[in-house]
Design a protein around this ligand. Structure first.
Ligand code: DSN
Length: 436
């Protein structure tokens, strides 16, 4: 037998041979239908995107088979040579992309990356501050049903009733009153620019560590379309699959070496075992993509498109929370139309426009019903839509909502059919995977 290494496969294309279709036709069929759904409908969920085929290929790679507990150069398993290559590349690229000194690329998800920060820096019962869920904050920033709210002591800040912007004076007053150990900025449904310097000043005044969860805007930060949380924030977390357009996962970034040991120890062995090395490889691919001039241009187009969509919705009679957007997303207030977010989500889905119902600030309806919808432009921008397409989409959304306002939850079937056909035209002109 030869003792030479096997010939290296240069591409996974030669590796697959319809194996899934033969081995498991049911799952293969569902995946095929999901691809068709993504192609045929317009994705407006602000936290979703369309990862490149290179990212998908890395995610589906043979690194699925590999255990690599530990960190590059210090593993608990043999055979980690190439795992070290991909993780080191992912770390170096993340640092270059966001201009910081340290990165942990192992968190499996957004909630785990934030849990790791809590585990590293807080004790159970410690007080921290985050944006209220009702003002666009995230579950892991202190919701009573999440570990952050059950095991720690959250105090929240919110948006002002008048202009629906974060009230920095109130943030400062709350911080002075409660002396949190940690302050979190960043959210899931806040469409305005974050003033990281103002958060830094407040954190310094009360002696708090400042964490930014930039999950929603990290692609914009990478491309220079939103100010960076560095150097103001001590620690920055981000999912990698939203505006950053990578695989589903999380990362933690920081500058001061004093956080290195606690954060790395919190991710492994504190919370996780073997990292998902196939996903780490895919993160490295996404970071390389995000370092290109094309991605920079993409991130600016995402914002330009969001402004076009918001303007079109307003021109067509829908109110945008806070009067507009500075980023990739917006909340649409349906109160004046007496349409619930739940009915709008369903009606728009019937018309092949995918979004999610979302509470608006000071919403009187439950989170299962809501008075609003959240819309975002990262996925549509990836498939090539520009301001003209997003203006059309705003008009189509308003038509469906007006049908719901007129007829109740069942909407206007004729309008929805007409919108579906215009969505189909847009989608066939802008394929999600042009060469698929
Ligand atoms: N579920 C994500 C979002 O949609 O914003 C946050 O975790």
């Amino acid at each position: 037998m030869s003792t030479q290494p096997s010939e290296v496969l240069n591409s996974m294309d030669s590796f697959w041979n319809d194996d899934l279709a033969k081995a498991d036709p049911e799952i293969a069929a569902a995946i095929g239908k999901e691809l068709a759904r993504q192609q045929d409908k317009i994705e407006l969920i602000a936290s979703e995107n369309i990862a490149s085929k290179a990212v998908l290929e890395a995610t589906g790679s043979v690194f699925t088979n590999k255990y690599a507990e530990g960190y590059p150069g210090k593993r608990y398993y043999g055979g980690c040579d190439y795992a070290d290559v991909v993780e080191t590349l992912a770390i170096e690229r993340a640092k270059e992309l966001f201009g910081c000194n340290f990165a942990n690329v192992q968190p499996n998800s957004g909630s785990q990356m934030n849990q790791a920060v809590f585990l590293a820096l807080l004790q159970p019962g410690d007080t921290f501050m985050g944006l209220d869920l009702n003002s666009g904050g995230h579950l892991t920033h202190g919701s009573p049903v999440n570990m952050s709210g059950k095991w720690f002591n959250p105090v929240s800040y919110g948006v002002r009733e008048g202009d629906e912007l974060i009230d920095m004076d109130a943030v400062a007053a709350t911080a002075r009153e409660h002396k949190p150990k940690l302050i979190i900025c960043g959210g899931t449904a806040y469409s305005r620019t974050w003033d990281f310097a103002a958060f830094r000043a407040i954190a310094d005044e009360v002696g708090a560590i400042l964490l930014c969860d930039m999950s929603h805007i990290s692609g914009l930060v990478a491309g220079g379309a939103h100010p960076s949380p560095f150097p103001h924030c001590d620690i920055v977390t981000s999912t990698t699959h939203k505006s950053l357009r990578g695989p589903r996962s999380g990362i933690i970034l920081w500058n001061d070496e004093k956080f290195t040991k606690p954060l790395n120890m919190a991710v492994f062995p504190g919370l996780q075992g073997g990292p998902l090395m196939h996903v780490v490889a895919a993160k490295a691919v996404a970071f390389r993509e995000a370092l290109t001039p094309e991605f920079k241009s993409y991130s600016h187009r995402v914002v330009e498109n969001a402004r076009a969509l918001a303007a079109s919705l307003e021109e067509n009679g829908l109110r945008i929370v806070s009067g507009g957007t500075d980023n990739h997303s917006m909340l649409v207030d349906l109160t004046a139309k007496d349409v619930t977010g739940k009915d709008a989500e369903k009606g728009l889905d019937r018309a092949w426009l995918t979004c999610n119902k979302n509470g608006i600030p000071f919403d009187t309806r439950s989170p299962f019903v809501t008075s609003g919808i959240r819309l975002g432009t990262p996925a549509g921008t990836t498939r090539g839509f520009g301001p003209a397409e997003f203006r059309t989409i705003g008009k189509l959304i308003a038509e469906v909502v007006d049908g719901l306002a007129k007829n109740g939850a069942e909407g206007d079937a004729q309008v929805e059919e007409s919108v579906r056909s215009r969505v189909a035209e847009l989608c066939s002109a802008f394929p999600v995977y042009p060469n698929a």
